[in-house]
Design a protein around this ligand. Structure first.
Ligand code: PLP
Length: 400
């Protein structure tokens, strides 16, 4: 079937939860995708920061193929070697002592919310349950994570929301301090906001947040679902800020495109999750965990972090040159290959035109073009992207 036929069929069978673009990718390799008509696309969205190693990285493919032939799934009633090994890799390379595995970012945050409440109650008293999160944050689409998310557009239609979440402006330590009450048990933040429009906090903010949490016996949870696993040029974004969280959630890029989520925690906090307190049928099953090991090892051992930093600087420099030429560009900001370009106009049409030109991009908060290419991206691909974008901006500028 060709793309048009697939899209017609989707119209009949698939729930319309996404405003999908008219693209039907059927094959991927590195930074490129091919659609059902054989057309090639340059992918600067990477499954929204999932395909950090590009599409079908040979080491991830090999790990999946090998594991699929050996054991795809077994219950968490038993010990799973691949899961244990992935947990060890994550703990050896982070602040954390223990890992819990699930299947998505939202689920990882659900686990973090449950663990923070349970630990805090056991340690500090039964009335502590409130969690402070940031405005313009994004933590997922389940009821608890929708309640945690600081965006009305995600929450409307779904009242009553889960009780016990308070939202404060991001990058404002005083606002956080004021929001704390005797009921507060934790602070949940993305160290760099993704869906909020690639918002990088000031250098001192997260250190201040850490201190506020320490002073008030609050658990600091970092949602690194989007910025973790190499995206910012370090394995985890918190490493840029000279502090550590108490709990961290990961998902998106962790298993090279296989669905996985994890919640990592400091040992004493992790103790609160005993048998029967939390669980997941598929969480960390042999297949996804094998992919996770392959993806994480590759990121750690194949120079991916160095490339991310180098190519991030190269891409930001290229975008800053565009900023000098096009007045509709207000700001270019980035950390590693997590890059946003804020416009004075809506970015929706630019994304559509880019697609027509064979370039996949994305827009956050309507006006921030988001560039999250695979971390294996090279100068050639960045140059190709900039050339397409320049042509589109020229046309856009003329029509303003
Ligand atoms: C994508 C995302 C989530 C939700 O992840 P799902 O796997 O879609 O549930 C949560 N937090 C952040 C920061 C994200 O970017």
């Amino acid at each position: 079937m060709n793309s048009e036929q697939w899209i017609d069929k989707a119209d009949n069978y698939i729930m319309k939860t996404y405003g999908r673009y008219p693209l039907v990718p059927v094959r991927g390799e590195g930074c490129h995708l091919w659609d059902a008509d054989g057309r090639k696309y340059l992918d600067f969205l990477a499954g929204v920061a999932v395909n950090n190693l590009g599409h079908c990285h040979p080491k991830v493919v090999a790990a999946l193929q090998k594991q699929a032939a050996q054991l795809i799934h077994c219950s968490n009633y038993y010990h799973i070697p691949q899961q244990i090994e992935l947990a060890e890799l994550l703990c050896d390379n982070s602040f954390a002592d223990r890992a819990f595995f699930c299947n998505s970012g939202a689920e990882a945050n659900e686990a973090a919310i449950k663990l923070a409440r349970k630990y805090s109650r056991e340690k500090f008293g039964t009335d502590r349950f409130e969690i402070i999160t940031a405005l313009a944050s994004f933590h997922g689409r389940t009821m608890a994570t929708v309640s945690a998310t600081g965006q009305e557009k995600v929450q409307k239609f779904f009242d009553p929301l889960l009780h016990g979440f308070k939202h404060v402006p991001f990058n404002d330590a005083d606002a956080l301090r004021r929001a704390i009450s005797p009921l507060t048990c934790a602070v949940l933040l993305e160290p760099v906001q993704g869906e909020g429009g690639v918002v990088i906090p000031s250098a001192g903010y997260l250190r201040e947040v850490r201190k506020i949490c320490d002073d008030n016996n609050l658990i600091l949870i970092f949602d690194e679902v989007q910025v973790g696993v190499g995206r910012t040029g370090k394995l985890f974004a918190y490493e840029h800020f000279g502090i550590t969280p108490d709990i961290m959630t990961l998902a998106k890029a962790l298993a090279g495109g296989a669905p996985i989520g994890t919640m990592l925690a400091r040992g004493d906090i992790a103790e609160s999750f005993g048998p029967g307190t939390h669980g997941s049928t598929f969480g960390g099953n042999p297949l996804v965990a094998a992919a996770g090991i392959a993806a994480l090892r590759t990121i750690l051992e194949d120079g991916i972090l160095e490339n991310t930093e180098k190519m991030g600087n190269y891409l930001v420099a290229g975008l800053n040159k565009l900023k000098e030429k096009f007045p509709c560009i207000l700001d270019v900001r980035g950390i590693g290959l997590m890059i946003g370009m804020e416009l004075s106009i809506s970015g929706g049409d630019i994304v559509k035109e880019a697609l027509a030109e064979g370039l996949l991009l994305n827009v956050a908060q309507d006006r921030v073009l988001r560039f999250v290419p695979p971390l294996i991206v090279g100068k050639n691909e960045i140059d190709d992207m900039l050339e397409i974008l320049t042509a589109i901006l020229k046309k856009t500028q003329l029509s303003l």
